[in-house]
Design a binder for this molecule. Sequence first.
Ligand SMILES: *[C@@H]1O[C@H](CO)[C@@H](O)[C@H](O)[C@H]1NC(C)=O
Ligand SMILES: [Cu+2]
Length: 309
Amino acid sequence: MFAFATLVAFASAALPTVFAHGGVLSYSIGGQIYEGWAPYNSPVGQTTIQRPWSTYNPITDPTDPTLSCNDDGTSGALQLTATVEAGQPITAYWNNPWPHPIGPMLTYLAQCPGTTCTGVSSDTLQWFKIDEAGLLSGTVYSGTWGDGKMIADNSSWTTTIPATVPSGAYLIRFETIALHSLPAQFYPECAQLTITGGGSRAPTTDELVTFPGGYSASDPGLTIDVYSNAAQTQTTYVIPGPPLYGTGTGSAAPPPPPPSSVSSSAPSAPTGPAVAQYGQCGGQGYTGSTTCVSGSTCTVVNPYYSQCL
Ligand SMILES: *[C@@H]1O[C@H](CO)[C@@H](O)[C@H](O)[C@H]1NC(C)=O
Ligand SMILES: [Cu+2]
C-alpha cells in the first residue's frame, strides 16, 4: 500500500488526470498475490508476471498498436511467469476504487509458441475470450454493467481458466472498456501464465482474434450512446470481440507453431559489455551484447529470446 500511495503522489504531480484512469495493478492466483508492473517507475529491476505497460491513460482507438497489452508488445527484461492449473481462478485488481462503472469486462487468453511467452510479442498472438460481462441488469442508461460489478467486487475481477484449454504458455489479458464517454476507452493489461493440467479443446478459428484487429470502431458495443433516449429503454448490449471460447462453430485452430529453427538464434560469439543475470542476450532481431556476467550463461529460451541464466 505504501508503494501505491507513493506512486499516486508522484503520478498526480506529473499527470493531473491520473486519478480518472489506471489499470491492473496486481493479481491473485491460488492465494498468492503477484504485484504488477509499475508504469510510472523505472523499468530497471522490475520483476513481475505482468507484461510491462506504459500509461494509466485509456486507449481510445481499437486500431491502436498498443491494444494487445497497453504497450509495445514486449516482455520485461526480468519477466516472470505464474503457473496456474486449468480450472482454477485468477483475480486481477485495478486501482481501487476503479472510476468507470459503465461498460463491459472481458478476459482473453493467447497461447504462445514454444514453452514460454517471454520474448514473444503480444502483437503477434491470437486471442480467445474466456470471460465477458456486459449489461447485467436494467437499461443501458441506468443499469448495472460488468464494470460496475468489478468496482463493487473491490475493484477486482475473477476469471476461471477453462478446464478444457490445452496446457501451455499463455498471456492472459484482462480488459475493462469504459463507455461513459465516446470514443470508448480500452484498458487492457496482460500477464504471463503457464497453464498446467489442461484439456484438449483448442479454440476454434472463429474464436480467435488479434489485437488490434479484434474490435472495430463501428462495433455496436463501442459506439453505443448510453445517454441517448433509446438507451433509457434498451435492455440489450452486444459485447464486442469474438464469440466466447466454447461457443464458436469454426474448426479447431492448430496450436501456434513451435519454434522453427532454434539453431538460428543460438547465442553467437560473445561481444560487447556483459549482460546482467536474467537480461536478454540473444534472439531474432536482438543486436545487443551476447556476453553474460560471470556466473550466468546465455541460454536459448525461444527463437526470439535468449536470457542470461
Ligand atoms: C481489495 O483489494 C485490495 C487491492 O486493491 C487488496 O489489497 C485487498 O486485500 C482486497 N480486499 C479484499 C477483501 O479482498
Ligand atoms: Cu479513466
